[in-house]
Design a protein around this ligand. Sequence first.
Ligand code: FAD
Length: 393
Amino acid sequence: MDITFSAEELAFRDQVREFLAENWTEDLARRIRGEDEEFKAAQIEWQNKLNDKGWLAPGWPVEHGGVAWSVTENFIFETERSLAGAPDVVPFGLKMVAPVIYGFGNDEQKKRFLPRILKSQDWWCQGYSEPGAGSDLAALKTKAELDGDDYIVNGAKVWTTYAQYADWIFCLVRTDSSGKRQDGISFLLIDMKSPGITVNKISSIDDHHSLNEVVFDNVRVPVANRIGEQDKGWTYAKALLAHERTSIAAVADSKRRLRDLRKLLSEEISGGRPLLEDVQFQNRLSNTEIELMALEYTELRVLASTADGKGPGVESSLLKIKGTEIQQAIQQMYMDLAGYYSGVLHGDETAESIGHAFGHDARKAYMYGRAATIYGGSNEVQKNITAKYVLGL
Ligand SMILES: Cc1cc2nc3c(=O)[nH]c(=O)nc-3n(C[C@H](O)[C@H](O)[C@H](O)COP(=O)(O)OP(=O)(O)OC[C@H]3O[C@@H](n4cnc5c(N)ncnc54)[C@H](O)[C@@H]3O)c2cc1C
């Protein structure tokens, strides 16, 4: 793996910078931080700008509209995107269900769904977890029973991120209960407008609405919307999870957060000196930067093997554990830097006038950030996977 930049790669970096300077505007950044429909519209606008440039889908096969970037080009793009403060794409369509569709779907499904995902015409959500089936996902009970050319789906999914915006949900459902639990699961694509679907809001600790419960009451789903074979959904689901965990590491975003933190620490005076000169802060900052650098190289190794056609394997569990631990360490430092002002809640009418502008953002990020070691498969479970499959214990 060679990541020294060639002249072509440096030229590519300039191209990315130019694109970001033109397209990642302050107005778009403000709207994407908004709530509800404003956020959704701005996110779609941003994804469409990337798609118009042909840069929306690295990793997708080129014949389906993907970008054949090398590992280094991908690294350059992610680093520059993040340093500019631009968001990642919403992963459920582009990074999760799309690889399952182009990897295991039939031609009809590829033609029907992939172009709409690229144009952000369909917003997707992920229906894996259920009350009683999270870490132990194979315990899922949402049932799909065959009735002519349809399945009839009954049950409930929970913690479904952005289901309130979604046009489609990809779901793991139980189609057989007779044998080994993993052998009776199928992978269905379900239109959220189908009669019998109810979305119930769940408020999270950061006072934000991203989570939902999705209830299915006799929902008809055409058999044509099943990916691959009936009862083989577990295989497709596992492939998707490896992609999900690799993205959750969010290395480039942690780099930007650390860069911004350094700047804030140098501006914040405590006892007559910048906080950056505080030995304890220096230690914490340096340790986190070193860990992040090590993680970055691990991620590049995983991406290099993905480029060789192997796909992210169990190493993605390592990336997930370390990446989320680093995110939480950074969030903790922002909270400590903001001190009392991290107690000012976003949405409080006086928030802008009390203390540091970054105080309430620090608090929101910290609150929501507790979830990072839980979603995408909890870190405890990722440690079990690492022990078994990476270390062979
Ligand atoms: C913010 C957020 C967004 C989410 N978005 C989605 C989404 O869009 N779609 C979706 O399908 N799901 C989503 N999830 C659900 C997520 O995948 C589950 O929360 C996760 O898999 C853990 O399952 P659980 O919550 O049922 O906890 P449990 O599985 O009940 O675990 C509880 C605790 O026990 C520990 N534990 C469990 N089993 C073991 C074991 N074998 N060894 C050691 N420790 C163990 C866990 O680490 C955890 O600390 C989201 C969750 C969050 C928090």
